[in-house]
Design a binder for this molecule. Structure first.
Ligand SMILES: Nc1nc2c(ncn2[C@@H]2O[C@H](COP(=O)(O)OP(=O)(O)OP(=O)(O)O)[C@@H](O)[C@H]2O)c(=O)[nH]1
Ligand SMILES: [Mg+2]
Length: 401
């Protein structure tokens, strides 16, 4: 049936006046992003969802597992031709054309009929809670939509099949409760969670070192990009430049900084500001690559932010007559690379993963991946009462709230 036929059918069957404002309790939410897309999806769920959809859709509300094509109207006003699908009892998704203004309008219309608007995150979590066995599973499914890499998705899947949910259930099923052992395990999980956060959310790595040591060339080489300007003039990079690449299971934002040199720093205000910005940026990163030219005599190392994780990288190995005999006066670990000759990429990537400590995580090991989970484990670590701890484990699984 064409649009005009559907409209006629609608006029025959729907004579209701939406201005009457009957209220139906439901939640409404735009599930799709705000950018350009062919389709936008608006979900309506709750006891009043069927009544809301019934009032604005030209066709009969589809049964569970079915969908229908029709017209969406606000009184006399046609909003769009849409497909409405029923995903379960009281759960409908209206698929309209992709302009975000249209999706917004559908949402406002549902609100006028009594639905309460929710953010996609809140909505999905509420629906997932109904569908999944534990709250941890629901949270994992939600986090999957945001994971920075597929390894992050795998890690979250591991938390459903085993991981945190299985760990909490195992302790709840325990007849004898060894408090010390439980708390030690909690501490291990919390430590591992910091590393898991790197796989789930990505990391920042700063390139720091003297001018001309090859930092910008290294950035371009690692990212397979020409994000940073390269030249043989010292002090080429002034403001920081960043680009993103994938290293093993990580999404890595690599940040190129101005060369650190006390002589340049004394040269003028811009140089001083550039070098301070380089150190500030490095202090905010998960790892600093201290890049030095392997053909240059050792210089005083820059005063890097205290406590920062540092990996020494010697660049321009293609200029060495015998790279095997290279023996720098620095602490291990170090890596010898040549961006120009594409040498040392794999050892560099492996060393980065080792320095960030993420190569030790396996997906089934329990980790926390939401602040809610971390808070429950923190409380367990600091508590002495068995009944309280058991209650916290129940909360962790979302069994009682
Ligand atoms: N032979 C060789 N030359 C390199 C290599 N990497 C960089 N260079 C050269 O070294 C010079 C400086 O490179 P950059 O990448 O601009 O160095 P930088 O550390 O970013 O320099 P600043 O921005 O001034 O701090 C350029 O002439 C590059 O072509 C390398 O692996 N081998
Ligand atoms: Mg540079």
């Amino acid at each position: 049936m064409g649009i005009s036929g559907i409209l006629r059918e609608m006029e025959d069957t729907t004579k209701q006046n939406l201005d009457e404002q009957a209220l139906y309790p439901a939640a409404v939410c735009v599930l799709t992003g705000r950018g350009m897309a062919a389709i936008a999806s608006v979900a309506v769920a709750g006891p009043g969802a069927e009544a809301i959809v019934g009032r604005i859709f030209s066709r009969a509300v589809p049964a569970c597992g079915r969908s229908a094509y029709g017209i969406l109207r606000d009184g006399e006003d046609v909003i769009d031709s849409v497909v409405v699908g029923c995903e379960g009892a009281g759960r409908y998704v209206i698929h309209c054309h992709g302009n975000p203004l249209l999706a917004e309008r559908v949402m406002r219309l549902c609100e006028r009929l009594g639905a309460v608007s929710q953010r996609a995150e809140e909505y999905l979590l509420a629906q997932l809670k109904e569908d999944t066995e534990s709250l941890i599973e629901a949270e994992a499914r939600l986090e999957m939509t945001r994971a920075a890499t597929l390894d992050g998705v795998k890690l979250l899947n591991g938390q459903i099949s085993g991981g945190l949910a299985a760990w909490a259930k195992r302790w709840l099923d325990c007849k004898s409760f060894d408090l010390k052992e439980l708390q030690n395990e909690c501490r291990e999980i919390l430590e591992r969670s910091l590393l898991a956060g790197r796989i789930l959310g990505g990391v920042r790595v700063a390139l720091v070192g003297p001018p001309n040591s090859g930092k910008s060339t290294l950035l371009n080489w690692l990212a397979g990009d020409t994000a940073a300007l390269v030249s043989d003039a010292a002090g080429t990079t002034r403001d920081w430049v960043s680009t993103t690449c994938r290293i093993g299971p990580l999404r890595v934002e690599i940040i190129d900084t101005a060369g650190l040199d006390c002589r340049l720093a004394q040269a003028g205000a811009i140089e001083q500001a550039a070098q301070q910005a380089a150190l500030d940026t490095a202090g905010d990163c998960d790892l600093i690559l201290n890049v030095r030219d392997c053909t240059r005599p050792p210089s005083d190392p820059p005063a890097l932010p205290p406590g920062a994780a540092v990996l020494n990288v010697f660049s321009k190995s293609d200029l060495l007559a015998d790279p095997q005999r290279f023996c720098p006066a620095c602490d291990r670990p170090y890596v010898l690379v040549s961006a120009a000759a594409d040498l040392g990429r794999q050892p560099l990537c492996e060393s980065i993963l080792t320095a960030l400590n993420v190569d030790s995580i396996c997906p089934e090991q329990p980790v926390c991946f939401t602040s809610r989970q971390r808070e429950h484990l923190d409380t367990i670590v600091s508590s002495r009462a068995e009944t309280f701890i058991k209650e916290k484990l129940q909360f962790l699984l979302g069994r009682r709230q």
